[in-house]
Write a protein of this length. Structure first.
Ligand code: NAD
Length: 315
């Protein structure tokens, strides 16, 4: 394990010191390329069909963090050349009012993706709201139909964060077949779909969680270690096998020496013996919006498949 003084090895920008052995995976640059590719695809679709994908985002209440997320989603959606439909509802919105909006969006042919920003105010049942979204427009991939399709290996819309993690892993490692992947965390939005995606890539997958015993002895087996728990710097250097590829999903705000900063679930400074690692910030985080737009594009393509097929025949 590395010494405590090495905790200064990672600057606030997520860059590593020159003697840090692991490659630092630049999620920001990868996401910028992904957004560029999506923009080009949307421009091509506009030129051939006269149509572009549309993403509807629903925000209920005044939560400041949610408002920031929604604003940045709108900005990126428009930058990609897609239509953005924003619905801001009051904090007092009832379940019936929200469901009525979801039903309208389900029926609207200009809307190909629907995202309801979570968390919702306490009077609303988020499971019932997600259930009401047409699975074909469920670009967050949270609907039980999409979770089920993913589990049985059918075509599904996949939650954005794990989708981004797999993209980064395949970019780094190429074929993942036969590698031992350990996923720490079993939430429905990250851990479980992450494990399903890695299984689809023919990894041997272990899922660990808060009840797992001797976690370090499990994570040490990993060729690919994905950590999504929400505990600052929980994974120490000696939990990581030399040469492993580490994907740190955690986003934790901590105060140290009178300053607040973001750290992941992995003690980055101690991970220099990994093959590669995502920093926090600048690793997995920037991929999420890119994957949301990728899902919206995919939902559009599936909805307009007959049109796109007929146009291919003509050209
Ligand atoms: P969650 O709270 O829903 O799930 C946490 C999981 O971690 C649970 O399955 C729990 O069993 C496990 N866990 C908790 N303590 C543990 C311990 N001591 N040992 C082993 N396992 C433990 O969280 P989530 O929504 O999956 O998010 C996890 C982290 O990822 C959070 O920090 C969150 O902010 C971050 N996150 C980041 C992105 C992104 O875009 N980068 C997206 C989603 C979540």
């Amino acid at each position: 394990m590395m010494s405590e003084t090495n905790s200064s090895i990672q600057s606030t920008t997520g860059r590593a010191a020159p003697d840090f052995g692991a490659d630092v995976i630049d999620g920001k640059a990868f996401a910028a390329n992904l957004l560029q590719r999506i923009k080009q695809d949307v421009a091509d679709l506009r030129a051939t069909t006269g149509e572009v994908p549309g993403l509807a985002v629903v925000l209920v209440g005044e939560d400041p963090a949610s408002a920031v997320y929604v604003a940045s989603k709108r900005r990126e959606t428009l930058a990609a050349g897609m239509n953005s439909f924003e619905h801001r509802l009051s904090e007092e919105t009832t379940q019936a009012e929200l469901l009525a909006l979801i039903h309208r969006l389900n029926a609207d042919p200009a809307v190909h993706g629907i995202l309801v920003q979570l968390p919702l105010p306490g009077q609303l049942n988020s499971d019932a709201v997600i259930d009401a979204i047409d699975p074909a427009k469920d670009v967050d991939g949270f609907h039980v139909a999409n979770a089920g399709r993913l589990a049985v290996g059918q075509q599904a819309l996949v939650p954005c964060t794990p989708l981004g993690c797999v993209m980064l892993l395949k970019d780094r490692l190429g074929n993942l077949s036969g590698l031992h992947a350990v996923v720490v965390g079993r939430s429905n939005i990250v851990g479980k779909p992450m494990a399903q995606l890695l299984l689809q890539e023919d990894c041997t997958v272990t899922i660990a969680h808060r009840h797992s015993r001797d976690l370090a002895s499990i994570t040490r087996l990993a060729d690919i270690l994905v950590v999504a728990v929400g505990r600052p710097e929980m994974v120490k250097g000696d939990w990581i096998k030399p040469g492993a590829t580490v994907i740190d999903v955690g986003i934790n705000r901590i105060s140290r020496h009178g300053k607040t900063r973001l750290v992941g679930d992995v003690d980055f400074a101690q991970a220099g013996h990994a093959k590669a690692i995502t920093p926090v910030p600048g690793g997995v985080g920037p991929m999420t919006i890119g994957c949301l737009l990728e899902n919206t594009l995919e939902a559009f393509r599936r909805a307009r498949a007959p049109l796109l097929k007929s146009m291919k025949k003509v050209s």
